[in-house]
Design a protein around this ligand. Sequence first.
Ligand code: ATP
Length: 681
Amino acid sequence: MSNADPLSREQAHLTESRAALRAMRADVEALDIRDVTANWVNAEVLQREVDARIKALADLADTPLFFGRVDYLHAPGADQAEGGEGEQFYIGRRHVHDADGDPMVIDWRAPVSQPFYRASKNEPMDVRLRRRFGYTGGALTAYEDEHLSDPDESQQSSRLLQQEIEKPRVGPMRDIVATIQPEQDEIVRSGIGGTVCVQGAPGTGKTAVGLHRVAYLLYAHRERLARTGTLVIGPNDSFLRYIEQVLPALGELEVKQATVDALVAHVEVRGTDSAPTAMIKGDARMARVLRQAVRAGVTMPAEGIVVVRGSRRWRVASYELEEIVRQLLDRDIRYGAAREALPQRIAHAVLVQMERAGEAPDDRVQDAVARNAAVKAAVKEIWPLVDPAKLVLRLLSDGEYLAEHAEGILTDEEQKLLLWAKPARSVKTAKWSPADAVLVDEARDLVERTHSLGHVVVDEAQDLSPMQYRAVGRRCTTGSATVLGDIAQGTTPWATGSWEEALTHLGKPEAQVEELTLGFRVPRAVIAYASRLLPSIAPDLKEATSIRESEGDLRIRPVSPEELDLAVAEACVQALEHEGSIGLIAADARCERLSRVLGELGLAHLTPGEETSAQARLTLVPASLAKGLEYDYVVLDSPSAIVAGEPDERTGLRRLYVCLTRAVSGLTVLHAAPLPAALAG
Ligand SMILES: Nc1ncnc2c1ncn2[C@@H]1O[C@H](COP(=O)(O)OP(=O)(O)OP(=O)(O)O)[C@@H](O)[C@H]1O
């Protein structure tokens, strides 16, 4: 074996590793848990763990067991001056060991794997050889070497990396473990304690990096995160379906996904807001209004209370009660927690009197006093229960009540915008909007602390309002976050203007802001075309670069209004001649018509979130759902209609920028109306 050529040796290692993985799986399958579990609850829990482990150990035919190898000059951790024999590690998606427990494949997240991603000619990190493997189907067919510590070898770009990037896109998003780039790896492996915010142009890998960071954190802090939980937040359900397989492919099955709307779904959303109204509802000042309104329920006691116990009566004077209430208001605890503490505080005041009178009351007496009818009645008066949805309903329905709490915070004009045209009668019948649901969430948190998770990833974060940032922030008060976005792709009227401000609303002002600059998706000609919009939509941002070798196939085709629909369908047919996925992106208002035209021509098409496959490769994408998605070939219908679909021009141009940057290989733009001036160049 030893004198075989390197490729055969590597193939042999793959075969052996596969056998080792099969053996590991067989070991787990053979576990008889009846011997070790005393009761059925344990047995069930353990069986679930065993099942998950069996699943995790599956040998996936189309995902290579390892994709890289690093040979160290010295044994990791050894004193390098000693010059010991270097070790060699194969890097893959999961750890595989042989019957003796020696590693055959190392998890990509392990510390010894890090130089595979980070080492360079300038900083070889003690790596002698970095080898990348190429696969065809499931077979190992190629490798590529870099001798990082060899001064005579110059730094080269990787052909295998290029191939990986150029692969046609079919199906849902894939993981990028084999080719994570150094600037990405730094974010992926940044510590769990800190929040990271990533600004990056379209296709720089923000989503990919965020998901891989979750996988990394789960590896490095498995127990802690199993206890506290992790969550990935995305802009809509079709996007979440697009990304949902990345983490399972990396062996992580426990990560939850949600939209912000789903997180705050305490009331049924059936209404919408005008842009100016939504702006005010999403403004951080609303948090102050709500806080005031919630706390305003507390009324100072007009009278003291008398607690009768046996033959004795104990009085707590109103000034004493007031003092207790003030202390509770001053403490940084939730309204509901303070309400629960109040009877105990009153009881304590009674107990002090009892002691003074020579009694020796114990805790049970204090509890009994706290439950005394007079105390309960006083608590109800002083610190009434607050129903968060009812409170928000009243604020949005009752101008006087709103004015009372918004005085000095919101102008009269702003208050007017908040009020519903028709006051709602009940929480059930009110026409709650998405922004209202966020207000209810804020009010709930004022009453009762929201459960906080260990780590939260927010994708397309630039679209969140300050109040939405607060909603996300309270779900990671005790944890950390990864905030991903692109200011230029902000398409809500309240979109983020600066990350510093957004991070303050999130409650993580100390977070570091990183920038990703290498574009993996959009080819040069296409990104250059889309970037014509940057001066109008985000003048401070630089144009993205593209590391794709090909220029990209960019066509701009003016057609007559009568020809438009058919020309669009024809462009789709042409695009289908290429390999990979095709996205027809159009203004939402145009989609119904285009769907009909495609149908009449017998062109089957999917909607976003439906999985593309070799048989069904064309998706009709409403502009409002294009964010975060990508297609090998994009046919873009009527740019000016996409711009016109938004409430203002800047938002419209930003929406167009998103749509123009979905293409991996080619973009055809068809238009009957003139192009927006910013794009016409
Ligand atoms: N290091 C990498 N190696 C290979 N492919 C990569 C790498 N980084 C990113 N990609 C690919 O580039 C494409 C774009 O990545 P991703 O969707 O994460 O970008 P994004 O910055 O979130 O884009 P957008 O701003 O448009 O949402 C994806 O297909 C992703 O798999």
